[in-house]
Design a binder for this molecule. Sequence first.
Ligand code: NAP
Ligand code: SF4
Length: 687
Amino acid sequence: MSSITNLTTEQKKAPYPHMLAPLDLGFTTLKNRVLMGSMHTGLEEEKNGFDKLAVFYAERARGGVGLIVTGGIAPNFRGRIAPHGSQLSFSWQTSKHKKVTDAVHKEGGKICLQILHTGRYAYHPFNISASAIKAPINPFKPRQMSERQIKKTIKDFASTCELAQKSGYDGVEIMGSEGYLINQFLCQRTNQRQDQWGGSYENRMRLALEIVKASRKKVGTDFIIIFRLSMLDLVEQGSDWDEVVELAKALEQAGVTIINTGIGWHEARIPTIATSVPRAAFSWVTAKMKKEVSVPLITTNRINTPEVAEDILSRGDADMVSMARPMLADADFVNKAAQDKSDSINICIACNQACLDHVFKQKRASCLVNPRACYETELNFEKSKHTKKLAVIGGGMAGMSFAIYAKQRGHEVTLFEAKEQLGGQFNLAKNVPGKEEFIESLKYFTSELERQNIKVHLNSRQTVEQLTGAGFDEVILATGVVPRIPAIDGIDHPSVFNYQQVLSGEAKIGNKVAVLGAGGIGYDISEFLTEKGESHTENLALWLEEWGIDQNITHRGGIDGVQQVKPESARRIFMLQRKNERFGKSLQPTTGWIHRAALKKRTVEMIGGVSYEKIDDNGLHISIDGQSQLLDVDNIVVCTGQESQNQLKKGLLDANIPVHLIGGADFAGELDAKRAIRQGAELAARI
Ligand code: NAP
Ligand code: SF4
């Protein structure tokens, strides 16, 4: 049923023949092998959020995706992700879901509702689990579920499944992975019950199977039931491989249509989707399961281009690929691939900055490289009634973003860049180990400028006189930032460099280095300077070894008892900050711990609460609690923030030319590409 080995001659002609082959599920056929994976957007809980969700999903359906799975919706109150989390338990709640299913069907798409009971991960005091064991990532300790609560929960899942069918969904996905309730019952780590729901594996998997059986009974045979199965828990006392296979076989018997792959619990301290994780890092897990069951299998995690997807599917590692974040980055992903225009896809760089980090902070998700994501009804680039002649000064992410969207509105746009290449700070970021993906955004934005025939002048530093003489109606200053140079005695010593000189390769750096500043850039520089040999992001075997993941899965959860291999450090680094607080506090919630772990492994020495006294031939003189000491380092790298660069502003205003500041030129503090790109897009939408 699920094989893609026998492609027809017609199918073989398609650009990505395996990815674009239909999947026949017997009672229904999916038009291709691309699943838009489940992702909470935050719209689920917003006032009128389902109207916005309908437009959001409709755009993805129109973009050609084979099947969509919604963000997680709870089957009952206790299973909600947060007190106001979304739930589908009553008939009156179906009307808002109908808006979504109707919109998707109108575009020729198919959509499943994900049913998610968060168990001990629920961020409220009413949470429950198999046993009363607190999750390390949640302050709320769960209560142990009674037998009655377990039976009621099974009924609630089945009832939500039935309501999903009534709402017009093509199926459901039952969330059994990532450490949520069903997963909590499966593993001894969280299930220490002695009744029929705990103890033996047969007992621990009972909840999963009873939920599937009860759900199937409610909806009949012609309704998709996907089960998201945790194939690799990546936590101690997780399932072992034999248990995972036993459950997969039992799920097949119980009537699931498709099994999706789950990798890692949320509390796992192994990165699974961050940008430093190699592409398709876990498809080998699904490939292992392919030998065991005959229902179609979906693989997932760090699949972000049609090439990676095609590679996995053509090898037969899976029957479908799941991509959630890539569909935020580009709603037209599948259509562009089908038209053999994959170089025009806006690729997800796995930064998490606008999607998961937002969800984590209970903000609406969006996408760093596509600020329209989840703002489809609010951020649009309709043709302007008054075409303007606009100059954009600065070809970093802010300037490029503005130029592209303003051109879409019909404005005449000319972009001037002082350097010989476009990209600004992204040209430096892409050199940081584990940030290789950033090159994809540079490629996309620069090629989009070309596709839209936007006039670009490189090596072109503009003056006020040139701009005023050229007849521009308005000028957009996207001139970015310069590194902040702290006032330390001896800061102009030849051993001192700023982070830009280091990342560009301009500075020759010795073996012992002091990094001043411990913000995102201090961390990036420390990773850059300690990296030895090949980037692990580009070498899966080394990456798996570094994080102690056993590819034979002979250890529980794939990691229990496996030693992590510490990477060798290329240099001795001291990272310093003046504050006397935890290092890395300003880093992003979903990735900060990965950067902290990376520097710990490379034994970077962190010294907080320092005062900088002076720099001389002997090194860096600091004092801590009034005690002076010398760090006899070869070099000092300054990562102490940035200052805005917008010197043209005054002259232009004096010449009565309207000026707009975006990105770092507007405000240097907390500058990141997310704000720069969004600011460019928002200005373009209203100018
Ligand atoms: P930052 O986060 O503001 O950090 C600047 C560091 O310099 C702080 O550790 C600060 O600590 C120190 N500092 C500030 N003023 C100083 C002064 N006058 N003298 C000496 N030390 C001073 O800036 P950043 O690291 O340049 O990062 C800029 C932006 O890029 C961030 O907002 C971040 O969003 C983004 N970014 C993020 C990442 C990431 O998350 N991985 C990576 C790169 C960039 P003390 O004041 O305690 O010394
Ligand atoms: Fe991908 Fe980053 Fe966009 Fe999230 S914010 S979808 S990780 S590019």
